[in-house]
Design a protein around this ligand. Sequence first.
Ligand SMILES: Nc1ncnc2c1ncn2[C@@H]1O[C@H](COP(=O)(O)OP(=O)(O)OP(=O)(O)O)[C@@H](O)[C@H]1O
Length: 347
Amino acid sequence: MPKPRDSAGAPADPAARPDRQVLLDVEDLVVEYGVDEPVRAVDHVSLRVRRGEFVGIVGESGCGKSTLLYAIARLLSPPARIVSGTVDFNGHHMVELTEDELRHIRWRDYSVVMQSAMNALNPVLSIGAQLRDAIAAHEKVSAATMRTRAEEVLRLVGIDPIHLSSYPHQLSGGMRQRAMIAMALVFRPDLVIMDEPTSALDVVAQRSLMRRVKQLQEEFGFAVLFVTHDMSLVSHYSDRLAIMYAGQLVELGPTSEVFAQARHPYSVGLLQAFPSLRGPRRELTGIPGSPPDLRHPPAGCRFQARCPQVMDVCRQEPATYQVGRAELVRCHLYAPSRRTPEPVEPR
Ligand SMILES: Nc1ncnc2c1ncn2[C@@H]1O[C@H](COP(=O)(O)OP(=O)(O)OP(=O)(O)O)[C@@H](O)[C@H]1O
């Protein structure tokens, strides 16, 4: 398994961060699509992100990762709706904010980088015009100041300001994603939400973009909430890792801990399905079967039909447990009555 490392090559040390102030507090969030036989895409998810923290969210396609991000950012549109739960971002009760109130804080306090910049950028406006529009929506500044700000922010992401006059189709895929990130950083927000921002890029462009994001994050101190399918990316860049299965969080903990000792049988399977760049060669195994239909999830543990360690008790809903340094593991294997004590780690 790849060993979690930060951009400088040193092992990430998530344990150094719990003292930081909570920036985003998602509590018991439920999101559904539709009303008759609704798809419950996010099912009682609770998650905290601290200031300056990089939190990765992984899980199979359709497990609710994007829905969770978009619910937090209040970018869902019908038939999706937040059924219950709260999202506290920097003192704002996100679920209750009006569109007008959201406009004030979106881009300025938090921003969102989507999967495909080609869909998010306006194809008929130059990059400079789009940056100017974003700035003008929040601040009254002179044209000269606006130009300087736009140049600065493009330089930050490694794009020559000459491209202020370029249109999205004139840039490479990597440059377009960088331009989106530039836009997301114009106001130095506290939180940048990213939905697979590098999935359309080749591996070299992916790495170089992620390295830059991490450097900027360390320089400006914003937090990142990041969805990806790429376990190697999260192993390199995230401080904590949330693993979702069928709309629920099944494991949450420091990335180093999850990679070193995944607890939930689904997390174990997910990690075994990815090749390790540094560790010894080993056979890759997938997870047989497929996730349940979120219209009719099974009673009890949602992973029971695919779980190699399934027990009778799995027909009942598992509680969540704190195990070692993992904050949350949703699995009967870790019920105190079943658990063998973990060795105490030396401090
Ligand atoms: N507009 C919609 N109407 C009904 N169901 C939807 C809609 N959009 C998403 N869903 C369902 O919600 C669930 C979660 O979808 P979501 O896109 O959040 O998953 P994901 O984990 O981000 O997947 P991926 O990794 O493929 O992007 C899926 O079962 C999906 O089929």
